[in-house]
Every structure is written in C-alpha cells, then in structure tokens.
Write a protein that binds this ligand. Sequence first.
Ligand SMILES: Nc1ncnc2c1ncn2[C@@H]1O[C@H](COP(=O)(O)OP(=O)(O)O)[C@@H](O)[C@H]1O
Ligand SMILES: O=P(O)(O)OC[C@H](O)CO
Length: 495
Amino acid sequence: MSGYVLAIDQGTTSSRAIVFDDHFRVVGVGQQEFAQYFPRSGWVEHDPEDIWHSVVETVRTALSDASLSASDIAGIGITNQRETVLTWDRATGKPIHNAIVWQDRRTADICRSLQNDGAEELITQKTGLLIDPYFSGTKIAWMLDHVNGAREKAEAGDLAFGTIDTFLLWRLTGGRIHATDTTNACRTQLFDISANTWDDDLLKLLRVPRAMLPEVKDCDGDFGVTDASLFGAAIPIRGIAGDQHAATLGQACFEPGMLKSTYGTGCFAVLNTGSERVPSTSRLLTTIAYRLSGHTTYALEGSIFVAGAAVQWLRDGLGVVDRAEQTGSMADEADDNQDVIMVPAFTGLGAPWWNAEARGAIYGLTRKSGPKEIARAALEATCFQTADLLRAMKQDFSGAKDTVLRVDGGMVASDWTMQRLADLLDAPVDRPIVLETTALGAAWIAGHSAGVWPDRHGFTERWRLERRFEPQMAAVERGRRLALWENAIRRTLAA
Ligand SMILES: Nc1ncnc2c1ncn2[C@@H]1O[C@H](COP(=O)(O)OP(=O)(O)O)[C@@H](O)[C@H]1O
Ligand SMILES: O=P(O)(O)OC[C@H](O)CO
C-alpha cells in the first residue's frame, strides 16, 4: 500500500488539507479561509455549510496539487478546532443552527449560575476542566433551549450533537458514522477523563440528552470510509484528534515533561504529564493529551483565547497593517522608551485567569505612541501570556522544570515574537522545520493506524529543528517587563 496520508485540519479561521508522503514531506496542499460571524458582542459563529464546502474543496485541491487520486491515499486523519458545537437533524443531515465557536461567550450567565450552585468541584473532578463558556456543554444547552422544538427532538433521538470532527465524519461517511475521539470528547464538559466515558451526572447537570451524543473512540480508531462519490474512491478514515492534541503528537511530545505551544488564532500550551492525571492548583486544565490503542496519556493545558487574533485585529480592525508579517519589523522599530502594554482580552481571559467578562485594554499610551508600539504590544502580549502559563505548569508538575518549548502555528513565522518569547520565558524556544505540526500529528495517527507509517519512536527520530531561540534579555529587564504585564492584568481584571 502507498505511504500517502491526507490530513484534514479544520481550524478556526481556515480549513486546510495536506497530503504527506511516507517521509512526512508535504506533497499537496489546499487551504481556504471562511467567514466569521459576530452576531452580537462576545458571540462567534461559523456557517456549517461553509466549513463543509471548504473541507471538500481543500481535499480536492490537495489531491490535485499532489497529482494523486483518492485511491492513492492510505488513510485520512482529521484534526479540528475544539469545543465548537454543532447539532443537526439525523434524518436530513441539516444543522439546526450555526456552529457556536469555542470563543463565544454567550453562555457566561449559565456558567455563573453553575458556579454559584457549586458545580465546579464535580466538573473538575470528572473532566479536569473548569466552568467557562469556552467549553461545549453550556453551548449545547443554549442551542437546545433557543431553537424551537430542539430539546424535544434531541430527547427523542432525532438530533445529533457533534464537535467539528464529528460533523465532518458524519458528512464524509454519507451519514453512516456518528463518532468522535477521546480528545474532542474530553473538551465538552460531559466526559469523565478517568473512566473514558460520557458521564450521566454531567449530562444531567448540563441538561444534555444522551441520545444525541456520538460514540467515543480512541484517536487511532477505525472511523469508516469516505463516501466514494466525494473524492472518486472511498478513503479509510484512520485517525481523529483535536488540533492541540494532534500538534502535541506532531511535535513528537511523547515523553512526560515535553511541552508544545501552538500560536494560531489563540495559543494553546500542552504539557505531557504521562499516564497519570495531574490535578492543577494553578487553574490550568487537566486534559487527555491523546489516547492510542487503549492507552491514555494525560496533559496539563494552558488555553489563551487571543494570540494571532490580536494581529488579525491590527490588520482588519485597526487597519495599521496590510499583512500579518509586517508586525515583526514594526515591533523591531518600536520606541524602546515607551512601555505600551496590550491585554488582548477581546473575548475574556483564559488560563490562568478564567474571566469571561474581562475586555481588552492598552496601557501606557503617550502622545508619541503609534502603530509600531501597538504592534509590538500585540505580539508581546502573546509572550507574556505564555510566561504566565509556564509559571503555572512549573508549579503544578515538577517534570516541567527545565522544559524547552516546541512551537508551531501561523504566528511562529515571526522571528521577533519567538525571540521575545524565549527572553520572557527565560527558556529555549524550538521551531521545527515542519510548521504544519497539527496536520502532521493527525497524519501520523492515520498513517500509523493504517500500517504505512512508523511507530512513535521512528516518528520521533525524524522530528527536525529549524531554529532554536535562546534567551538573551537581561534578567533585570525581564523582571521589569513581567511586572508591567502583571500590573496591566491586575488593572484589566479590576476594571
Ligand atoms: N508573520 C506573522 N506574524 C504574526 N502573526 C502572524 C504571522 N503570520 C500569521 N500570523 C497570525 O497567525 C494566525 C494564523 O495562524 P493559523 O495557525 O493558521 O491559525 P488557525 O489555525 O487558528 O486558523 C493569524 O491570526 C495571523 O494573524
Ligand atoms: O483553530 P485554532 O488553531 O485556533 O485552535 C482552536 C482550539 O482548538 C480551541 O480550543
């Protein structure tokens, strides 16, 4: 059988399909951005049909870019933006509402009342998560309560719930398979990460009918085959993982203490903690890193909602840049005597603060401040937030002490940001040659599960460093800047 594997990477702002050969080289790519809908302040939606069409079209583009046909592909791996919620009619396959995206804050009130009812302990004990609108549970309840007749239909088993992977799987298999994997399930707030099952107490608490839930499989489970009419031949679907979990695998973070951070729309740092759950005392998430062939590996995760999204805002909101890559040279030229600090809490603050109501702020503006200082502040905010996460990880897990950070995602193209990251973390930052690590991780699951790619040891040997960024900033300056950030965070939380 051929060693070609296709990864579908369905992200927050774009869908990508990438064909890899058996040397893990990219041989074909398709990519499409799609519309973001902001119907009200703090609400974020996607049109499910946009997502579906972008996936089908990018797969076709990637195949033709690679000069391959569907029958040349040994397996598909799906990876996706997590927590985003979809519900569709089982009979027609039609979604009952737009997808409610992970960034969406509309369920802040439901979360507050869960908190007031003292539900957090149960949720954290079973799921490793906290109460925040970020997760899927309250979003599903909102959809069932706000679409006419939805709750009754869901209880009767006529509606299906799914995160993006599940929706794509349903459509790709012509409505034959309703399933997800453990990494996507574990972000819903409905899944017991120790027992590896949906949990009745949580379903009751969040008012989600069991009849609408998908079957949960290991990441390397058998997810059926694509409908032959879509790409010209049926392709086996041999792997699924949420994007941050796939990136953890793509970065070959197989050993406890290994850490990766992905800088896309948001930033998600995942620290492998091995086969035991490690509870967090610093308000990080305990989550499933991956589950392969019946064995669960756990992780601590720090989730930041705005990273590259702040750069997008400079481009699309403020209009001070035409292209994201201009921000690096602007930051380089910014005035060193101005301490402009941005807290990009556009949709609240994630780890370790978890404040759904916080909103963005810029501090330290003077009459001399301009686009360059603001661009630097946007890039540096991502580094400051990562420093908060790393500090929390070191508190929670002794194996994180001398950790090197492996980075990936669109924003790591910025040398300025990576150097500032190493400076503020006071730790080395490693950027690999293959930056499509999310897609590569999904491809590895599928390739290995299909029997055409090597095991984790063979895969690890082939991980290649492109550049290491070593810390260069003087300790006094690092301390001064981190203090400026702490002050800015304190004022934002108090506002
Ligand atoms: N050179 C750059 N400097 C800073 N930010 C960048 C650069 N290139 C891309 N980005 C940011 O990276 C993000 C895109 O990364 P990507 O991994 O594709 O995101 P996602 O998977 O969330 O859709 C965008 O928010 C963009 O603003
Ligand atoms: O699409 P990304 O890369 O911003 O990732 C989104 C995350 O999975 C949300 O938890």
